[in-house]
Design a protein around this ligand. Structure first.
Ligand code: GDP
Length: 436
């Protein structure tokens, strides 16, 4: 799921990383690529249009962030907008103040309602609830038995009409089930309803009747993410015919293009509560818009890095350092400050590991450890403020004192001081060459 979309978005954004500054034309070109990627993923046209318009507007008007380079800024905007169309905050299940909480499932046949009932029951049970399943799909001959089977697997009770009583009335079953749930102290009732292969009026009416009879706290519209654009039209039909308070996406494990996931919330205005990604009862979880967005962008770690950089970055301090750097005046005090700012972001191995392509450099990364940085920090801290400001004054006797004070050898102090001078010279040369 989302593989192609993810690849295309990553490619579109990656062309930006080589640019130092973004022109409006760069942003337009990237927006075009993102648009194609979304349309190919089967995202509804209206959703794509709004999305692209917002990306362009925000990217062009983006205030210049000192912490992020232009590509990172656009990635950040795209990510935030993705989280937005997926619903923003994670929406939790609404539980009734006075139990039982009634959850009604609605959707087309084959969407995964019955399977979901079992998944939900098991999930609720794990959270300490005592759920009961109700079989109100009396249309499909096997539906009741199928619900009983998943109920058994989840280890919960299933309320079903007595066999041999003809087709039966689902509204009557639903009503009796609620009474039974109260009596047997089940605090959550999950009502499975009948689906059809396509949307039809009779189906909607039956679902609406059941809804009126059980007065649900949640009506969950269950939709197969693999049906692409049809997901949107089906969602609209259910919204108008029955109404729902939340969406459950199923079959996210399939290799579909994922457009349904990106359209349904925006088109219906109702949040996605859960995602199902397999046939087993465990393949199910709360839907988190932020996690899904970073999965789609395929840049989860880069996003974390961007967030941390923004938090750790002190603009004034960095400007001061850059100025000193270009004039060859950088001191060990500045070096220490910069090192501390970077280290605020977490263990150095983790930070480097988050960079794209770090996977192939595992061995080298293993050698960069925090202990080494701790040592550098200790040596600089062992110096007097005057020595940090003007490292040239650190002569032999001072080196010995610093080594003793910070618990390292003189050679390690020498190393640090010499490397610092070399680096300072090199950086000043580079700054001269690249004009910053
Ligand atoms: P219902 O008609 O809406 O009750 O749908 P079912 O629960 O009977 O599901 C229809 C088919 O989809 C069954 O074969 C399920 O095993 C399968 N299914 C349901 N959810 C998922 C899922 O998340 N992933 C996959 N791969 N299959 C699913």
């Amino acid at each position: 799921m989302f593989d192609t979309l993810s690849d295309r978005l990553t490619a579109a954004l990656q062309t930006l990383t080589r640019k130092g500054k973004l022109s409006d034309a760069d942003i337009d070109a990237t927006a075009r690529e993102i648009r194609i990627a979304l349309l190919e993923a089967d995202v509804a046209l209206g959703v794509v249009k709004t999305f692209i318009a917002r990306i362009k507007e925000r990217a062009k008007g983006a205030e210049v962030s000192q912490a992020l380079n232009p590509a990172q800024q656009v990635i950040k905007i795209v990510n935030e907008e993705l989280v937005g169309i997926l619903g923003g905050e994670t929406r939790r299940l609404n539980l009734a103040k006075t139990p039982p909480t009634v959850i009604m499932l609605a959707g087309l046949q084959g969407a995964g309602k019955t399977t979901l009932a079992g998944k939900l029951a098991m999930w609720l049970k794990k959270q300490g609830h005592a759920p009961m399943l109700v079989a109100c799909d009396l249309q499909r001959p096997n539906a009741v038995t199928q619900l009983q089977v998943v109920g058994e697997r989840a280890g919960v009770v299933t309320f079903a009409p007595e066999p041999g009583n003809g087709v039966g009335d689902p509204v009557d079953v639903a009503r009796r089930a609620i009474a039974e749930a109260k009596h047997a102290q089940h605090d959550v009732v999950v009502v499975d309803t009948a689906g059809r292969l396509g949307v039809d009026e009779e189906l909607m009416k039956q679902a609406a009747d059941i809804r009126d009879a059980v007065d649900p706290d949640e009506v969950l519209f269950v939709v197969d993410a693999m049906i692409g654009q049809d997901a949107v039209t089906t969602a609209e039909a259910f919204r108008d015919g029955v109404g729902f308070t939340g969406v459950v996406l199923t079959k996210l494990d399939g290799d579909a293009r994922g457009g349904a996931a990106l359209s349904v919330r925006e088109v219906t205005g109702q949040p996605i509560l859960f995602a199902s990604n397999g046939e087993k009862l465990e393949d199910f979880d709360t839907f988190h818009p932020d996690r899904m967005a970073s999965r789609i962008l395929g840049m989860g770690d880069v996003l974390t890095l961007i967030e941390q950089a923004e938090q750790a970055f002190d603009q004034k301090q960095a400007e001061k350092a850059a100025e000193k750097l270009s004039s060859g005046q950088l001191t060990l005090e500045d070096f220490l400050e910069q090192m501390l700012a970077v280290r605020k972001m977490g263990p150095i191995g983790n930070l480097l590991g988050m960079l794209p392509g770090a996977g192939q450099m595992k061995d080298q990364l293993a050698q960069v450890d925090d202990k080494h940085l701790d040592k550098l920090q200790a040596i600089i801290r062992g110096m007097t403020p005057a020595e940090r400001e003007d490292p040239k004054m650190i002569n032999g006797s001072r080196r010995l004192r610093i080594a003793n004070g910070s618990g390292v050898t003189v050679r390690e102090v020498n190393d640090l001081v010499n490397r610092f001078f070399e680096a300072r010279k090199m950086m000043a040369q580079m700054a001269g060459r690249f004009g910053f």
